[in-house]
Ligand binder design. Structure first.
Ligand code: LLP
Length: 425
């Protein structure tokens, strides 16, 4: 699952004690394990090897350049959704032919940038966007390849904010419109409409919604092919789960067992866009106890990381397991999540310094007794952690540290107050 474990009564990331990192870079800080990133990347590659897919790591989940380079060196392409993500992918040395560009609101500037970079595919999300892409490609006499994002109207059974494959969401076009879009735009040459893109949501902890979506996608591809359209690519998106509450996410092989037989021998270049399943369990947020406080019947552990550092608990009421980095010996455990139950735990809410009642990292938890300066690890924070930070309350963003074996390096420095002001000077 990951390379974070308690040894000699304290938390290690691979072979480095987390306290050593905190002493060096301060808190709050994101700490990543390279071996965990690679383990999860390799698991997807191996499970889906029979399809020989292009694995486009979804940059939005954890965008640090050094993480992108780590995965590029392992063979990854990239799923990008903005000009900024494209710049990151290129800066990380990505093979442009292995870049897919999705997103409902690509600007002209972003489209020009992606054509300049000669990316592999645009994932187009509407007829209007397709018309614009055609106009831009024609004006430049550029040859562009694109897939149409189809909304298969499948319930991924996940949080409503991260559910994208239901017809009431803004993503893609429904199956009927997709057919019409191919009729209207599928026979011109400047944008070669050669594939279908599906991304149903995140995290999707069951396999059935993928099967439903892919079956619908394949039925559409069959119809299109029999109408003479040349379809050679299917992008099945991202969305595979990660472990937050326990070991709740299916392993990559479980998804593959259901998906590979559907797609094998279909003469399609398969694209995958995993983000969370690679990054989530590869990172923790380390924070320090500032104060303990009682209010009414509730006990609050006030720490130095807030909703601006890790937004998921506030935004989705997401569960992240939190545990002291150096607990008293009777509380040392390599169990994680909701299953941890030990005598002597105390009920508390872990909250940050931001001026909002929604500023919490962990609510209604049972934790070992804590005191001022004790470090706390917030697990499974590698995906949608650092990338969703903000400067709310004028708080500088935390550093990111990458551990490889028994060494670590700062891959993004802590921001300073001067950084906060720089763009306003
Ligand atoms: N492809 C597309 C087109 C996407 O929109 C996404 C995620 C992915 C791939 C990667 O999905 P993943 O494999 O990471 O599940 N902020 C939310 C997650 C939003 C996901 C948005 N799209 C969270 O913190 O849970």
């Amino acid at each position: 699952m990951d390379h974070f474990s308690y040894r000699n009564n304290e938390l290690f990331c691979e072979d480095v004690p987390v306290t050593r990192i905190a002493d060096n870079v301060g808190t709050p800080a994101y700490v990543y394990s390279a071996a965990t990133f690679l383990h999860h990347y390799d698991a997807v590659t191996k499970a889906f090897a029979a399809l020989d897919p292009v694995i486009c790591y979804s940059i939005k989940s954890c965008a640090n350049l050094h993480i992108c380079r780590l995965l590029r060196d392992r063979g990854a392409g990239f799923d990008v959704v903005s000009g900024g993500e494209l710049v990151r992918a290129l800066e990380a040395g990505a093979d442009p032919a292995k870049i897919v560009f999705a997103g409902v609101g690509k600007t002209d500037e972003e489209i020009h940038g992606a054509i300049d970079a000669e990316i592999g595919w645009f994932n187009v999300e509407s007829e209007a966007e397709l018309e614009n892409l055609i106009a831009i490609a024609e004006s430049r006499r550029a040859a562009v390849r694109a897939a149409l994002r189809v909304n298969p109207d499948v319930d991924p059974k996940t949080h409503r904010y991260t559910s994208t494959g239901k017809k009431e969401t803004k993503f893609g076009v429904d199956l009927e419109r997709a057919r019409r879009a191919f009729e209207t735009y599928g026979r011109q040459n400047s944008v070669q409409l050669c594939g279908i893109h599906l991304h149903i949501g995140s995290p999707v902890n069951t396999v059935a919604p993928y099967v439903q979506a892919i079956e619908k996608g394949l039925a559409l591809i069959n119809e299109l092919r029999s109408d003479g359209f040349k379809i050679d690519m299917l992008d099945i998106g991202g969305g595979f789960g990660a472990h937050y509450k326990a070991a709740e996410a299916p392993a990559a092989v479980k998804y593959a067992e259901a998906i590979v037989p559907l797609l094998k021998g279909k003469d399609l270049q398969i694209i995958m866009e995993p983000g969370r399943s690679i990054a989530a369990n590869a990172g923790i947020l380390v924070t320090k106890t500032l104060y303990l406080k009682k209010s009414g019947e509730r006990d609050f552990l006030i720490v130095d990381a807030g909703m601006n550092d890790l937004l998921r608990p506030s935004l989705y009421e997401a569960y992240h397991f939190a545990w002291p980095v150096k607990p008293p010996p009777e509380f040392v455990t390599n169990e994680r999540g909701e299953n941890v139950s030990l005598p002597g735990l105390l009920p508390m809410d872990v909250v940050g310094p931001v001026c909002e009642s929604g500023d919490f990292l962990a609510k209604d938890r049972r934790l070992p007794p804590m005191k001022r300066d004790d470090l706390l690890a917030v697990f499974s924070s590698g995906a949608y952690g650092m990338v969703m930070t903000s400067h709310y309350n004028s708080r500088p963003n935390p550093p990111e540290v990458l551990v490889e074996g028994d060494s670590f390096r700062i891959i993004r420095r802590r921001e300073t107050y001067e950084d906060l002001l720089a763009a306003e000077r």
